[in-house]
Ligand binder design. Structure first.
Ligand code: SAM
Ligand code: DTB
Ligand code: SF4
Length: 328
């Protein structure tokens, strides 16, 4: 993230905290909505003036066949969703899509691999070429591909990778009910490797998986305790995909998403808070409230990895109706 003068002055003001307590965060999440929104807006307007929204386009480079057992994910071999392993995309195909995303107005290009961890060899070399190619297009490049080694992290940094996405997904207390094939600690260690290599961290989670408010607070506590804060924090609401253990989970009230975004904004004033999966169910008004609460990035493009996303035209209309500017 290039720090704007405003962000630098916000950091220098000493108001960025890494010691938020569980109770303080729970109180924020449960505050009367109108008060919470006001508090979030005051911080957002000062730390990130101009209501600029970053458009990030996602592409699934390697889809399905993942060994992890994430209960929400249609790409896990442990789940029986319709997603089947498909051949990995080649460098040229990926760069063509990145070019199209740039032409459609995206500022960041995020590439996903349904892997438990990054393998060595040809596949990793292709990933490096993709990162280099995306950066040459003058787009930010983000990769999400599971765990990685220190050596892979430094090679990705050399290739110019802007950010690595690796989510904590939920609280440590809830985690075992959602994923059993990789520990919370392993996730934290992956984030540490990314940070040590000098790559920005993109790390967030999912709401709507049956977690309590205390779980949400616990996830946000860990995110806000990271020093520095993750440069971007994707907030997903569960897309309940048929064939996953969470397929029958009831959707969360859009206002829960607004609360989560507002609280994340208060805790992590200069981070990009990215309104991620589940936007189709939020509705126009819900999304506008999220923008007001401090969301300053969205996934832009008709598809996330395997599930749908609002189309680019309706997103352009949404942003223009809200009166926010696209970050370029
Ligand atoms: N395999 C890699 C990993 O787990 O880091 C990369 C891809 S994974 C799909 C990236 C993130 O997408 C997950 O950590 C999760 O937060 C989010 N995600 C996946 N499926 C989702 C769903 N059905 N609803 C909401 N978010 C989802
Ligand atoms: C993130 O937190 N959400 C994005 C991105 N990071 C990689 C992925 C959402 C995936 C939603 C389910 C799917 O499309 O498969
Ligand atoms: Fe694999 Fe990532 Fe899906 Fe988990 S979320 S099953 S690690 S692709």
């Amino acid at each position: 993230m290039t720090l704007t003068a405003k962000k630098i002055s916000y950091i220098q003001s000493g108001r960025i905290r890494h010691d938020w307590s569980l109770n303080e965060i729970k109180e924020l999440l449960e505050k009367p909505l109108i008060e919470l929104l006001w508090e979030a807006q005051l911080i957002h307007r000062e730390a990130n003036p101009g209501y600029k929204v970053q458009l990030a386009t996602l592409l699934s480079v390697k889809t399905g066949g993942c060994q992890e057992d994430c209960a929400y994910c249609p790409q896990s071999i442990h789940n029986s969703s319709d997603v089947t392993g498909s051949p990995e995309l080649e460098v040229e195909a990926v760069l063509n899509q990145a070019k199209a995303a740039k032409e459609a107005g995206a500022d960041r290009f995020c590439m996903g691999w349904a892997w438990r961890e990054i393998p060595e060899g040809e596949k990793f070399n292709s990933m490096l070429k993709m990162v280099e190619g995306v950066r040459k297009l003058d787009l930010e490049a983000c990769v999400t591909a599971g765990m990685l080694t220190d050596n892979q992290a430094s090679k990705l940094a050399e290739a110019g990778l802007t950010a690595y996405n690796h989510n904590l997904d939920t609280s440590p207390e809830k985690y075992d009910q959602i994923i059993t094939t990789r520990t919370y600690q392993e996730r934290i260690e992956t984030l540490q490797r990314v940070r040590n290599a000098g790559i920005n961290i993109c790390c967030g989670g999912i709401i709507g998986m049956g977690e309590s408010i205390a779980d949400r607070a616990s996830l946000l506590r860990i995110l806000s305790s990271l020093d520095p804060h993750p440069e971007s924090v994707p907030i997903n609401s569960l897309v309940a995909v048929e064939g996953t253990p969470l397929e029958n989970t009831a959707s969360v009230d859009p206002l829960e998403m607004v609360r989560m975004v507002a609280t994340a904004r208060i805790l992590m004033p200069i981070s990009k808070i990215r309104l991620s999966a589940g936007r189709e169910k939020l509705g126009k008004e819900g999304q506008i409230l999220c923008l007001l609460a401090g969301a300053n990035s969205i996934f832009y493009g008709d598809k996330l990895l395997t599930t749908g996303n609002p189309d680019t035209e309706s997103d352009r209309e949404l942003l223009s109706q809200a009166g926010v500017n696209v970050q370029i």
